[in-house]
Design a binder for this molecule. Sequence first.
Ligand SMILES: *Cc1c(COP(=O)(O)O)cnc(C)c1O
Length: 354
Amino acid sequence: MKNYLSERARKLAPYTAGEQPKDRKYVKLNTNENPYPPSPKAAEVLHSFDAESLKLYPAPDSSALCAAIAAAEGVEPENVFCGNGSDEILALCLPAFFDEGGEGAAFADITYSFYPVFCRFFGVPYTQIPLEEDFTLDLEKLTRASAQGVIVANPNAPTGIGISLPEIENFVRENSGRVVILDEAYMPFFGQSAVPLIRQYKNLLVVKTFSKGYSLAGMRCGYAVGDVSLIDGLCRCKDCFNSYPVDRVCQAVCAAAVSDGAYYAQKNALVISERERLSDALRALGFQVLPSKSNFVFARHGRLAGREVYEGLRARGVLVRWFDKPRIADFVRITVGSPEENAALLYALSELVR
Ligand SMILES: *Cc1c(COP(=O)(O)O)cnc(C)c1O
């Protein structure tokens, strides 16, 4: 039969998201969703939403949402760009800041696995800098890499390791000749955002999401903060692809969410304290746990292989994420859930380890 796919589509190796199985009810600790509900103020906006307004297209530049984000982040609205999930923004960064077949992008070998997928999709070459033995990133090695721009997830995924703000500032300064894209998807659980640096460093773009820290993964919204020239590059690319990426409901709900910082500060503090409790409990069960600054932990057992832990937990109704990749195949990534979910995980693990 004739193959109707383009050569490009046939050659793609897409990103694999965490599984969402329907065969039974699982304790779902595999995609780093927040265990707490969204802000009641965001829920109220959703419940009272004027359905009639949906006959009209939304604001193409998400202007009211950008203003709400700007107020929360202490920047100007023209420094903010909104997208349909931060994945979409990270994807738009490639055509915006990298030339096809040019010097390319540089990032860690163990980091968010969407980066190489995006690079291949847009024909941008990439260099991967190996993490150190302890899974930290040597920023000097990344600085020395020849590339048109660099991408750093801080805290990193799937390791959970965070880089302090002074180190990030030094890195951004040393890379002033090229764009630095900081993926701060997990920053709500670390609290050292580089957003205040965007005024001083015109090469810095900080990308954030409503999916993790704002309990709105189902809404699909993310944003970038940076100098107007970078924001303009993203807008130019967006308008060649999808002029209205953020729908009306999403703009309204996310604006309410980002304006309710107090609620999220409280809930995310609970996630952080539960993360520390979970890390200690895992260590007591014989796991090595990397020091996490995110809403998940990355852990390996002394005797059990990563696949055994993943499969054993799955059979007991608990989903975690396992990556069949060099260096990290013995680890599992476990989302910090509610206290009840974490208790279920620890109970299943105690059975497995025994
Ligand atoms: C979850 C995640 C994102 C993005 O998520 P969206 O849901 O598309 O906003 C981006 N980067 C990293 C490292 C993530 O883990």
